[in-house]
Write a protein that binds this ligand. Structure first.
Ligand SMILES: [Zn+2]
Length: 332
């Protein structure tokens, strides 16, 4: 007789398949077992950015391949794409999702569980069209993870190959900080209905928009409205608005949550390896409050004032936010 436990074990949900994949890759792929073990030993330094927000520095030399990567079009074209299956190591396994994405363990982690979720085909990094719905559906299936998206000019290490990443919940301080109800007073809510709202805040030390909705379609529509407003406000209609995006389903009520950090700049002026410079190239995870710093002297030297100054330099300033907000409100 077939038992129920047998049925459950053969029809595992996506999240269980992913957790099993992580275990398997840790057992069978030396690069992964070495790098995740090294991550367990990294030094951490935390400080309060302001009274409401925390930032954690992680000394992570393996991330130099990302923070130190040349991002000009020629360098990208000259290298083999590390997300295309034909260029990946034989040990690197994948789980297909809806036949359009492959979910893989990121061999150079920042999170204790770190996934790369890339499109099956080699196609440019973009959040346009149905990508946000893919992100929301993935967040709904991978409830132990926060999904994130780096715009092609905002930290994506493969701007030529569409991909999301995901890391375990409870790691980026901002994801908890943004759930504080006291942030979302009527003057900070831009659009709302009984199924959800879109708001903005600067109280966490960087300007951001937040969407929280009980229905996926409502989260998707609010995101689309924000994207249009950001595009119109940017007056650059040929390029996607510069941004980092976090997306997850809340543990308390299952609501779909999206944080959008509009960006004005890719890398800070202090970027570099010379004296007085810092090899930091902030993207979604840094915006979420965890800075993976690959150079030891930088890790030791960075001050809270520098972190704040870099957020101020890279994120949309208040005048830019006002322009987006006015555009958004006049759309409706
Ligand atoms: Zn590729």
């Amino acid at each position: 007789m077939i038992s129920f436990s047998f049925l459950f074990s053969t029809e595992k949900n996506m999240q269980q398949q992913v957790l099993d994949l992580i275990d398997r890759q840790l057992d069978e792929w030396k690069t992964v077992s070495d790098n995740y073990a090294a991550l367990g030993r990294v030094s951490l330094r935390g400080f309060n950015l302001n009274e409401r927000s925390e930032v954690v520095l992680q000394y992570n030399p393996e991330r130099k391949r990302s923070s130190g990567a040349k991002m000009d079009a020629e360098s990208i074209k000259a290298r083999k794409c590390f997300l295309c299956s034909e260029n990946q190591p034989v040990e690197q396994e994948a789980i297909e999702w809806e036949g359009r994405y492959k979910i893989q363990v990121n061999p150079y982690p920042i999170f204790p569980s770190h996934l790369t979720i890339s499109a099956m085909e080699h196609t440019p990094q973009s959040i346009e069209g149905r990508r946000i719905d893919d992100m929301l559906n993935l967040a709904h299936e991978l409830t132990e993870f926060v999904l994130f998206y780096n715009g092609p000019r905002c930290g994506a290490s493969a701007p030529d190959h569409m991909h999301f990443q995901a890391g375990n919940k409870g790691f980026m301080p901002l994801c908890d900080e943004v759930m504080d109800q006291s942030l979302w007073t009527p003057e900070h809510i831009l659009l709302s209905s009984k199924e959800g709202f879109l708001g903005y805040t600067s109280a966490l030390g960087r300007n951001l928009f937040f969407i929280k909705a009980s229905e996926r379609v409502v989260a998707s529509i609010l995101f689309a409205k924000l994207q249009l407003a950001m595009l119109l406000a940017s007056e650059d209609y040929d390029n996607e608005p510069m941004q980092n995006v976090l997306c997850w389903c809340a543990d308390e009520d299952g609501d779909y949550c999206i944080v959008v950090f509009p960006r004005s700049k890719h890398r800070p002026d202090c970027y570099g390896e010379d004296d007085g410079q810092l090899l930091v190239s902030p993207a979604s995870v840094d915006m979420g409050g965890v800075w993976a710093v690959p150079v030891e002297k930088d890790y030791e030297a960075i001050t809270v004032e520098q972190v704040q100054a870099i957020y101020d330099e890279l994120c949309m300033d208040n005048a830019g936010m006002v322009k987006i907000i006015e555009t958004l409100i006049h759309q409706d």
